[in-house]
Design a protein. Structure first.
Length: 746
């Protein structure tokens, strides 16, 4: 294969110099075994962030498989319930359903009291969406004080206008004390939604509280659809519980560990939506354990710092010798959770970084006393001036500096669809941030970085957080998200992990045209999963020649963006070439120059693409844009589809001891690509006899005698045409050969 490549390369290079005038887009990717750095790619780069916001966790289709919102009847907005309504079987002015203080849950505000006249059936209801193929486990707490109530309490599944009862069952009210009543509701074929109602007909008073309805196919409380998608995604780490929610005054971690029916209620998110923490500390850790996810927690910077320290002790303390370790044992988990990652506060830079510093330091000291082995994350900012203010003050009292980058398009008035697309998928500003951070953290030798929240953002106002813009779930968003993820992979030497926000542009719930609830994911999740699971152990260097584009209105963002974004990685038996084709209208025919031993004629192609860059997944077409796999007869050429993400998996034989610094990595050439000059840097000084440059056919085009002991050398005035070349460095004891690309002429 190599010989064929060499024979064709002269013609290819001729075409390269005329890329801009050809209708067909062309490119060249050259790959060798030179490691970008010696750090293995961490599975923690594929992380998630779930927070109590909107219906990400609670509500219809949320991560936690509870179908009832405000199941403790606690959330009253104004003079009425936000999520419940009252119903009566006949017209008239009745007052047979009331909220009353107290209830079974002493940590909630209210319960419900039914009375009656003996003839009117009254009820409290909310509309829910269900899977018509799955049964549901129901329970409720009832109390018939003094056994004075003589009527019938029922669970009823009504149709939309209350004219039909899909299901009904009487609920036991025989106890004068609070009693838990539970039973299973069978699947109701072809019924996708109904008015879930608790009704009473009779005389006397009956109290109810803490109702629950969960599909029987849930997995440890996780909704089955989410569990199936987790198996595709396979996140390595997950951030919890926020976000905004983490620092709210009412967010107290001990509210998340008590009896699930006696937890604090009501609580609300930043946007006023009810958030009940049924998926508490123990439940979250259990889910993480089942799915092999590293849990990590964000502490509340606005409450007691002792609370944060006690949370560490609850998770990691010995159950025999620590107070909160004993409490964990009482809650059913004697063995420590050994939660490794802890972040102090969320986005406190918005409130003033100088105010955050003393809070952070006091909290850090208390937490680290509970468990010195934890890795503590400071919540910094994607703007590097915050780093410059924060880090000199906290110094070594920080293991990881976190930041929150986002990308997308918030300008509704910006250009046409194609121009907006090109701006979104252009070079990401995170690249510049990481380059800056790479220099700054040299002053803090034990410090790593983490992208603790990252997401693609669309719309104006609250559109981005409510995730109502379809572009957020399109191929356009896929390409930005995959580029961001691959960027973190390439910087795995300084980035410890990255957590993708799950509720914005990733997981989605909707009602299809048949009225059925559908839980699905955007193309972005398929792309992130593909990039995470179809890769090697190490990032290796590649050299790519392709056309680029600029958008004059936003030259700071989209200046000279190459159409191809290429990331290459390697294991002992496989090479992976991950390619984003940003071009909105054209495939890019690409020549592959692979300087490795290929051991099979066949490889694999993994691909995500579509007819248009705004193609997206919807409730009616939840799998319109997904990853596809096919066999590939390996060639020296591949046609990358327009606006697509592709991974080529090629069987190779490769010795990973290169990671330990063999002769292959003793010489570095930069910049690559270059124009008329290049720097040669040897890892150690050697006597260099001479340097020669050859084209791919072996013709010597440049020669220079050196005859000096050096560890660096500058070659100037090369005056070589655009193309690939090989530099031979002849030393006294060793000969090195390195590839370079000339991609422009000055």
């Amino acid at each position: 294969m190599k010989e064929d490549i060499m024979k064709k390369l002269v013609f290819i290079l001729f075409l390269c110099s005329f890329f801009s005038i050809h209708a067909e887009e062309k490119a060249i990717i050259q790959v060798n075994a030179e490691l970008l750095h010696k750090e293995k790619i961490s599975p923690l780069m594929n992380g998630g962030f779930i927070e109590f916001l909107l219906n990400y966790v609670n509500g219809y289709g949320g991560m936690w498989a509870q179908e009832i919102t405000d199941r403790g009847f606690d959330y009253i907005s104004g003079q009425k319930y936000k999520y419940w309504d009252f119903w009566y079987s006949q017209e008239g002015k009745f007052d047979f359903v009331k909220n009353v203080s107290g209830g079974y849950n002493e940590n909630g505000l209210y319960g419900i009291e039914f009375t009656g006249d003996g003839t009117t059936e009254s009820g409290i209801f909310q509309k829910i969406y269900v899977n018509d193929k799955v049964s549901h486990k129901f329970y409720i707490y009832t109390k018939n004080k003094d056994l004075a109530a003589t009527g019938k309490l029922k669970l009823v599944a009504f149709n939309s206008d209350f004219t039909n009862r899909f299901f009904e069952k009487e609920i036991d009210i025989s106890s004068s004390d609070w009693k838990k009543i539970e039973f299973e509701i069978p699947a109701i074929p072809d019924v996708y939604s109904y008015n879930f109602a608790i009704t009473y007909k009779g005389e006397g008073k009956v109290e109810i509280d803490e109702v629950s309805l969960m599909p029987t196919d849930n997995e440890f409380g996780l909704r089955k659809e989410w569990a199936d998608l987790f198996r595709i995604w396979k996140p390595g780490i997950m951030r919890y519980p926020g976000g905004w929610f983490a620092d709210r005054p009412t967010t107290f971690w001990q509210n998340s560990i008590s009896h699930i029916d006696k937890r604090f209620s009501p609580d609300a998110d930043q946007l006023g939506n009810l958030q009940r923490v049924d998926m508490g500390t123990d439940e979250f850790v259990k889910i993480c354990k089942v799915f092999n996810i590293e849990p990590y927690f964000v502490t509340n910077i606005n409450r007691s710092y002792d609370e944060a320290a006690n949370w560490v002790e609850y998770c990691n303390g010995d159950h025999k010798t620590t107070l909160y370790g004993k409490l964990r044992e009482q809650n059913g988990s004697p063995e420590p959770y050994n939660v490794k990652y802890w972040e102090i506060g969320n986005e406190q830079y918005y409130h003033g970084i100088l105010k955050y510093i003393p809070k952070y330091l006091e909290c850090y000291d208390k937490m680290i006393k509970k468990d010195p082995s934890i890795r503590v994350i400071t919540n910094g900012c994607h703007y590097t001036n915050v780093f410059d203010t924060l880090m000199p003050e906290i110094k070594d009292k920080c293991n990881i500096y976190g930041f929150h980058p986002a990308g997308g398009c918030n300008r509704a008035d910006f250009g046409d669809d194609e121009k907006r697309y090109l701006s979104v998928v252009s070079k990401n500003y995170t690249i510049g941030r990481l380059e800056e951070y790479a220099e700054k953290i040299k002053n803090y030798p034990n410090l790593k970085l983490a992208s603790t929240e990252w997401w693609s953002s669309y719309g104006v106002g609250n559109d981005w957080v409510t995730d109502t813009i379809s572009r957020s779930h399109s191929i356009e968003a896929l390409l930005w998200n995959v580029a961001e993820f691959l960027l973190y992979m390439r910087y795995t030497d300084i980035v410890e992990f990255a957590s993708r926000t799950m509720g914005i542009g990733l997981f989605k719930q909707g009602i299809n045209s048949a009225g059925k609830k559908v839980i699905y994911v955007s193309p972005s999740l398929y792309g992130i999963a593909l990039a995470s699971h179809r890769r090697g152990e190490y990032i290796i260097k590649n050299q790519t020649i392709c056309n680029s584009y600029s958008i004059s209105e936003i030259d700071y963002w989209a200046e000279k963006t190459p159409y191809l974004d290429v990331t290459t990685s390697i294991s002992e038996d496989s090479l992976f070439i991950a390619v984003i084709n940003r071009h909105p209208r054209k495939n890019i025919v690409t020549d592959l120059l692979i300087d490795l031993e290929i051991v099979s004629n066949y490889g694999k192609v993994y691909d995500i693409s579509g007819e248009h860059f705004l193609d997206c997944n919807t409730a009616d077409e939840p799998t319109k844009v997904i990853a596809k796999e096919k066999d590939w007869k390996i060639s020296d050429k591949y046609d990358f589809p327009k606006h697509s993400f592709t991974i080529l998996a090629i069987p190779v034989k490769h010795d990973l001891t290169l990671a330990n610094g063999t002769a292959e990595n003793q010489v570095n050439i930069y910049p690559v690509p270059t124009n008329h000059f290049c720097n040669i840097v040897l890892n150690s000084g050697q006597f260099i006899k001479y340097v020669e440059i050859f084209d791919v056919l072996g013709n010597k085009l440049f020669s220079k005698d050196i005859n000096e002991f050096k560890n660096a050398l500058l070659l100037e005035n090369l005056n070589l045409p655009i193309g690939f070349y090989y530099i031979k460095i002849e030393c006294l004891d060793e000969t090195y050969s390195k590839a370079i690309i000339i991609n422009k002429l000055d």
